[in-house]
Design a protein around this ligand. Sequence first.
Ligand code: FES
Length: 378
Amino acid sequence: MSQQTQTLTIDGKELEFTPGETILEVARRNGIDIPTLCHLKRTAPTGACRMCVVEVQGGRALVASCAMPAAPRMVVATESEKVIEARKLILQLLLASGNHNCLVKGSDGKSYDDYLARLRKAGGNVQPCPAWGGCRLQELAWRYGVTGGRFSPTPPRYPIEDVNPFIVRDFGRCILCGRCVQACNEIQVNQAIHFGYRGAKAKIIAAGDRPYRESDCVFCGECVQACPTGALTEKDARNAARPGETRRVRTTCAYCGVGCQQDLHVKDNRIVKVTGVEGAKPNLGSLCVKGRFGFDFVSSPERLTRPLIREGDSFREASWEEALDLAARRLTAIKEKSGPESLGVLSSARITNEENYVAQKFARAVLETNHIDHCARL
Ligand code: FES
């Protein structure tokens, strides 16, 4: 054990920690699952939701493990009776606040069809939640056997905002965990959204409570990825697929050479939405507006799928063999007639570093020219 390392006990296991680590961090590092809602990696803990409460021996009250530093000889219970009761109460209160219609009194159905049938039975114009099956609040309610209905629900106070092309804000499904605010202010440092109003009127607001598109929001979508419920969703994905209906395909973003790691959420061979890969370098889960929302071109019918050869003022389709043959013949002819310095290669800032590496190899080793550059618009 290094001089810096000390120990505490969590659920009967003696565990080492480094001063400064929280109880939650020590637990997670050792495979002990403490549930969280507001906790967001890479940001300062706020202790807002209290879902992560644990019992510390000798303590007067339960403590939020995401904010409480580990201390030597601390004895912690993460799933004691008191802890479970507290978590159930928190969940019941959250479910009663706003529109969380996925869990209604007396229902233990976990199938989507059952959910839709109950919505129809309830009547009115209640829309199904787009996050059904991928909502952290729902997942925890199932885990602790909690259904809504213990407290009278507070109806949603604010209408849905969907006046921008990318993000739908459904305030009725917001649990005010603050993860979106932290994602915007601490991770992307855009400072576009904040908590607004007080008490029952509390709301996440942008630019003095104006729509996203009239604010400093740059539509990076970091807030959407951080949202644990259906309060913030990608507009195009809302009706295209539910969580669980897509498969993830990991890839490298092709918009620039940074190499951001993305998960493509694919249904029926079409991209439904894109998320950043949490924890993977260089972007650690973050994306820009292009990387997250600019994927329509992939399935665009206007895309070139075959090489085109110019003939006069028009183009004709050709096979790859024919096109490559022609390019090789012409490049060789120019090189022989005017020398390699008469040739140049324009690569692109929108392809990967590896592809640009191959392009410069082609220029220098095959064409024998050092005229290689990229064009940001290609
Ligand atoms: Fe610790 Fe919310 S996760 S208080």
